[in-house]
Structure formats: structure tokens, C-alpha cells
Design a protein around this ligand. Structure first.
Ligand code: UDP
Length: 468
């Protein structure tokens, strides 16, 4: 299987050197966080640990896909959230709610697991970094906690500094202010507007991330879904500010088979015969991930932008991606005829398989971290349309630092979309971008070889957990 590199990471569970200690994981129940955590669980299972996954009642993993894991549901009152919802909730509202309403259930479940007779000891609990309440609970039960982050290192530093940027007045700036386009003095590779775009409610996000960071620093280690090479420049600052063990053993998905069952939405596979018939590197693949939303106007600009390129495209339109729409009802009237057989629209697809398909020429993405890593692993150059939180930072790195894609700087507008597609698909600049992303793809492969950075990091993590 193309991407399967499990050979050097899988151990013989009957070997006497294999520890069968238990590891308890607790992911955030949104796909972009849930899937890397389940990938990590599979990797650690292959290393000989017994796996227990505590999970919220929403987006419950399909137990039958993980027959070797034990699952424990955690109540977090999320079904009642509607009663408490502010007018314009932002991500910090949802995650804070989950944190505050899952503490009792989490503590009870973890205490129960620790007290289970005839089971091997629990080596550690690994939670999403954003479950800040887990640290105190782990401390009170005397069990080490490690955290996972599903984004780049630099975005974590920016999250930590949101309150500082808020006090500095960044979030009052508009595109008319000179400073809006200026570099951020503390992070000169980023522009002030990138920081502004991370947070709709910077005051709330700032307070929330202050809590998260305090508990991350108190944890016993950070596991990153990334690999060392692209993060090298920031690793030193990061190590200074977060002096706890760090493990960059990703991209985690690369340890596992390319095709996998869907975690949250059902995969459409009906378009593959159409995709097989397209010329190599000719198709624009478009998807804005699991949570991003766009307005009807933006949706229509995407539609016009796509048909006007004259290129084939595969467009994932998640049913709730367009604000106020059920699905495709806001498409421009003549769009179906204009698209003809040149395009396909689906609700959800097996993205990693799509990106690995030879017909895909570029990926127009919202710059979620999983999508970005998946694109790097397949050497597919990107067009970036970030929305919020880490996405504007990832997009800036993709376009200006790693130079493996082009950022649509000023939103979704059909003529700009056409220009950017042309630059990426037909011009020298696009060729160079393709060469660079292929080099990064090779670096991923090297990092997984014996002695490579991800290889060593996984070994380091297993040794570390075994020593706890
Ligand atoms: N994804 C998928 N099918 C689709 C679109 C997306 O399987 O049609 C997956 C994609 O492979 C990625 C995840 O959804 O693993 C999105 O995660 P990401 O971090 O990119 O963005 P988020 O959804 O968290 O904003």
C-alpha cells in the first residue's frame, strides 16, 4: 500500500520486550482533531501499548473500525449547548463549554480506569491540548498527562500571544490602516492581518488560550502532528518558551494505509471513474474542511472562479459550508450547464486518496493543518483560502515561507481566483512551487526512514512513555 510505512514501527506484541501498559487518549470531537488522535492511538497500539479512547458523545468514533481499542464515553452536556449559546459564538465558546461540562465525567472515568483490577498500569493520559481541565484531573489522580496539537508550532505561539496582540490594538485595525499589511515584529514572517484573522472574538480567544497554555506548560510533553524539517526555524523559540519534551513524529497519517473509513461524514466515491478519465495533474480539487463557513456571495464567486478557469475540478461542498443554505441551492443559475462534464460536486470524499490521484493538479484549501499535511505528503501545490484560528498562519507559511502554494490574499473573488489558478497551473512560478512541494514530500519520506527525524521522534516518544 502506497503510503504504508508501518513496517519499522510495528512491533511483535508477543515479544517479551513489549510493554502492554495502557495509554488513555481523549480527543476533541471534531474531525481535524479526532482523526490525528485516532491515528496516534493506532501508532501507539502498533508499538505494544493497550489503548483506551475516552470520547465525547458527538462524532463518536465507529468502534468497529478499531477492534483493538477500548472506548469510554464522556458526557459533556453538549446537547444542551443551545440554551447557553451567545449570538455569535466563536470556537473558544464551544471548547470552553466542553471543558467545563466534561470535568466530572472525565475524572470519574479516569479514576475508574486507574482502579481497574487485573489490568496493566496506565502509563499516561494523552489529551488534546485544548482540554485544559484535564491537567488538574490528571494531577489529582497522579497520572502523567501529555498533550497533542493539531497545528503548526508558530500558530501555538500566536495563540499564546492573542491577549497581548489584543492589548496592542491589532484587532481594531482594518485593511485601510498601514499597519494591517506590515510584518508582526515578534513573528516577522507573519503579517499583522494574519494575526487579526485568527480571532473573531480576540478577548474571549485570548482568555481561553491563556488557560490552555498554562496547562500545556504543566503537562509532561507535547506530541505534534508535524515533522521537524518545516518547523525547524521556530523549534528553538518554542523550546525556550515551552521547556517540556516535544515529539514531532508526524505526519501521523503517513503511518497508516491511505484509504481509511470516514470518521464523521460518509465518503462519496462515485466520482473516481470520472477522475480516472482526467489528464494527469489537470484537476483542481477544492475543499474547505469540516468547520469553515462561507457566505452565499463567496460561494458564488468560487463557482464562477472555477468554471471560468476552463479546467476540470472536483469540488467538495459540505452541506453546511454555505451560511444559511442546505446544500447547492445558491449556485448561480447557469452553473450546471457551464460546468457540464468538466466538474464534479460531492458532499464529502476520501480526501487523502483524492490527493494521491495522479489527475490532481492543485488543492484549493482553507489551510487546515491536516489538509496541508495531506497535500505535502502527496506533493500537491496549494491555493490557500484561510478562514480563522490557525488557518491564516498556516496559509502564510505555505505561501511565503515554504513557498509551496499561493495565498488568495483578499478573499474570494472570481477574477483573482482565475489569476491565481493560472499562476499555479501554467506559469513558471507554479512549476517552482511544484518542485518545492515535491522536495518537501521527499523530506517527509526521509524523516520516516531509519534514523530520520520522525522515526527517531516516535522511538523517543515510546521510550519516554515507557519510562513514565
Ligand atoms: N476531509 C475528508 N474529506 C473531504 C474533506 C476533508 O476526508 O471531503 C478530511 C481531510 O482529509 C482532513 C480533515 O477532513 O483530514 C480536515 O481537517 P483540517 O485540519 O484540514 O481542517 P478542519 O476541518 O479541522 O478545519
Amino acid at each position: 500500500m502506497k503510503n504504508y510505512v508501518g513496517d519499522h514501527t510495528t512491533v511483535d506484541p508477543t515479544s517479551p520486550t513489549v510493554t502492554r501498559r495502557r495509554i488513555v487518549l481523549f480527543p476533541l470531537p471534531v474531525q481535524g482533531h479526532l482523526s490525528p488522535m485516532l491515528q496516534l492511538a493506532s501508532i501507539l497500539h502498533a508499538q505494544g501499548f493497550k489503548i483506551i479512547v475516552m470520547h465525547a458523545l458527538q462524532n463518536t468514533p465507529n468502534y468497529s473500525n478499531y477492534p483493538h481499542f477500548t472506548f469510554k464515553p464522556i458526557a459533556d452536556g453538549f446537547s444542551e449547548i443551545g440554551k447557553h449559546m451567545p449570538e455569535k459564538p466563536d470556537p473558544s465558546f464551544f471548547i470552553t463549554y466542553r471543558n467545563e461540562n466534561s470535568a466530572d465525567s472525565l475524572k470519574e472515568c479516569l479514576a475508574g480506569l486507574l482502579a481497574e483490577p487485573n489490568e496493566p498500569p496506565v502509563a499516561c493520559v494523552i489529551t488534546d491540548a485544548e482540554y485544559y481541565i484535564a491537567q488538574e484531573i490528571a494531577d489529582s489522580l497522579n497520572v502523567p498527562r501529555l498533550v497533542t496539537w493539531a497545528c503548526t508550532l508558530v500558530s501555538v505561539l500566536v495563540y499564546r500571544d492573542i491577549s497581548y496582540f489584543y492589548e496592542k490594538g491589532y484587532f481594531n485595525l482594518t485593511s485601510k490602516d498601514l499597519e494591517y499589511e506590515a510584518p508582526v515584529p515578534e513573528y516577522p514572517l507573519l503579517k499583522v492581518k494574519d494575526v487579526i484573522k485568527t480571532s473573531r472574538n480576540p478577548n474571549g480567544m485570548g482568555k481561553y488560550f491563556t488557560k490552555v497554555m498554562k496547562q500545556v506548560k504543566a503537562s509532561r510533553g507535547i506530541i505534534w502532528n508535524s515533522f521537524k524539517e518545516p518547523e525547524e526555524a521556530i523549534l528553538q523559540t518554542f523550546s525556550h518558551d515551552f521547556p517540556i519534551p516535544r515529539f514531532t513524529l508526524g505526519p501521523l497519517q503517513r503511518y497508516l494505509p491511505l484509504s481509511s473509513s470516514s470518521i464523521v461524514f460518509e465518503h462519496d466515491r462515485t466520482f473516481f471513474s470520472w477522475l480516472d478519465a482526467q489528464a494527469p495533474k489537470s484537476v483542481i480539487y477544492v475543499s474547505f474542511g469540516t468547520l469553515a463557513k462561507i457566505t452565499v456571495l463567496e460561494f458564488q464567486e468560487v463557482a464562477y472562479g472555477l468554471v471560468n478557469t476552463g479546467l476540470p475540478f472536483l469540488w467538495v461542498v459540505r452541506p453546511d459550508v454555505v451560511e444559511g443554505s442546505e446544500w447547492l441551492e445558491s449556485l448561480p443559475e447557469k452553473f450546471p450547464e457551464q460546468m457540464g462534464d468538466r466538474g464534479r460536486i460531492v458532499k464529502w470524499c476520501p480526501q487523502k486518496e483524492v490527493l494521491a490521484h495522479e489527475a490532481i493538479g492543485c488543492f484549493w484549501t482553507h489551510s487546515g493543518w491536516n489538509s496541508t499535511l495531506e497535500s505535502i505528503c502527496e506533493g500537491v501545490p496549494m491555493i490557500c483560502s484561510p478562514c480563522e484560528v490557525g488557518q491564516p498562519i498556516i496559509a502564510r507559511y505555505v505561501s511565503d515561507v515554504w513557498k509551496i502554494g499561493i495565498l488568495l490574499e483578499d478573499g474570494l473573488e472570481r477574477e483573482e481566483i482565475q489569476r491565481v489558478v493560472k499562476r499555479l497551473m501554467f506559469e513558471k512560478e507554479g512549476e517552482e512551487i511544484r518542485e518545492r512541494i515535491n522536495l518537501l514530500k521527499k523530506e517527509v519520506s526521509i524523516s520516516f526512514e531509519e534514523g530520520g527525524s520522525s522515526y527517531l521522534s516516535l522511538k523517543g516518544l515510546v521510550d519516554y512513555i515507557s519510562s513514565l
